[in-house]
Ligand binder design. Structure first.
Ligand SMILES: NC(=O)c1ccc[n+]([C@@H]2O[C@H](COP(=O)([O-])OP(=O)(O)OC[C@H]3O[C@@H](n4cnc5c(N)ncnc54)[C@H](OP(=O)(O)O)[C@@H]3O)[C@@H](O)[C@H]2O)c1
Length: 325
């Protein structure tokens, strides 16, 4: 039994790190294709500086709204789809307008909901205040805030520049904390309402060679539990999503399959399913959400053992991986 658990931990350590390393680099490098905008798109949408305003008009509009920070692709887009299916109107935030507009067009045509897109860098200090100002000015009936944007990468503490380290901390944790605070008045006004923070299984135990990534995700897990308690009387439910590997980019799938074969495939969960499970369980008020049966078992194992042991196992798995390369 002990050997089995040890083996599962090693396999998990390898799979989650490979997936995150492969996948989250995309956030830094921005692997994007330019969208072709039709003249119809352009005339339909009025450009107001750094966001496209589709004239949210809430007079007499009772449809709930969800704001997804990092909602233009990957897990954020999957969450947006799951909400659109439930007739939520959406506000998507990301840096690049081309992917935002592609997401908006798809969601509006398939689900017939209203989608507004805001182009902001969530790592910037002023962003949370500006987004809240926009939402408050339009009196958005905000029912859900999803803090999804985050990044890891091949480089982490000891090999990370100070600028990259600060960017990672600001994006992974500060932006979620700041947006939750600035949007709380609107969420309270529209209660019962929800906050969904996207952490990672990497946040459930320290990973030596993904130190800052796992530390920021651990902070998000802790923040979510504590905020959930703080808001318990205000009817604002706080959930935290902690997925294992998710195939948001082809490179994650290739790398996971190459390293782990069938086990990697069994462990990984498709983005669409992650989005669906995340939204369903958030609406049910669950505190911690780990999509996928195997990932859920692994998350239980990781949390059961002392942090010192799991850190050691993660560390050894990482050393072995590095030697192979
Ligand atoms: N994929 C996995 O295996 C995995 C596993 C566990 C946890 N997670 C977590 O899940 C979240 C999403 O991961 P993903 O794989 O879906 O990522 P992704 O496909 O790269 O999508 C990231 C989203 O966030 C936006 N974004 C990134 N940096 C931003 C910034 N500075 N300001 C505003 N928006 C920004 C991106 O749009 P722009 O680039 O246009 O800004 C995009 O909409 C992350 O927090 C990640 O840590 C992922």
């Amino acid at each position: 039994m002990k050997k089995m658990i040890f083996l599962l931990l090693i396999l998990f350590a390898r799979s989650s790190v490979q997936a995150q390393t492969a996948g989250e680099n995309f956030s830094l490098n921005g692997n994007r294709n330019l969208m072709d905008l039709t003249s119809g798109d352009i005339s339909e949408i009025r450009n107001f500086g750094n966001y496209l305003d589709d004239s949210v008009n809430n007079s007499g509009n009772a449809s709930p709204y969800a704001l997804i920070a990092g909602g233009s692709k990957g897990i954020g887009f999957a969450i947006a789809e799951a909400l659109a299916k439930r007739k939520y109107n959406l506000i998507l935030v990301a840096r690049h307008m081309d992917t935002l507009i592609a997401a908006k067009n798809k969601l509006e045509s398939v689900y017939h909901v209203q989608v507004d897109v805001l182009s902001f860098d969530l790592s910037k200090e002023e962003t949370a205040g500006e987004i809240a100002k926009w939402c408050t000015g339009k009196n958005i009936p905000l029912k859900m805030l999803c803090n999804v944007a985050g990044l890891g990468g091949a480089e982490d503490y000891l090999s990370l520049s100070l600028d990259s380290l600060r960017y990672m901390v600001r994006l992974n944790i500060e932006s979620a904390m700041a947006l939750s605070l600035t949007l709380l008045p609107l969420l309270e006004k529209n209660a019962p309402s929800y906050i969904l923070n996207v952490a990672s299984m990497a946040g459930l135990a320290p990973i030596p060679w993904k130190n800052i990534y796992s530390a920021t995700k651990a902070a998000l897990v802790s923040f979510s539990y504590a905020l959930r308690y703080q808001l318990r009387d205000k009817k604002v439910s706080v959930s935290c999503l902690a997925p294992g590997p998710v195939y948001t980019h082809l490179s994650i799938e290739i790398e996971t399959k190459k390293q782990l074969g069938r086990f990697g495939d069994l462990m990984a969960v498709k983005p669409k399913r992650v989005g669906e499970v995340a939204v369903r369980k958030t609406l049910k008020g669950r505190p911690l959400i780990v999509p996928g049966t195997i990932a859920r078992i692994m998350s239980g194992v990781i949390r059961f053992f002392p942090k010192r042991w799991v850190t050691y196992i993660y560390g050894k798995a990482g050393d072995r991986n590095r030697k192979k390369r």
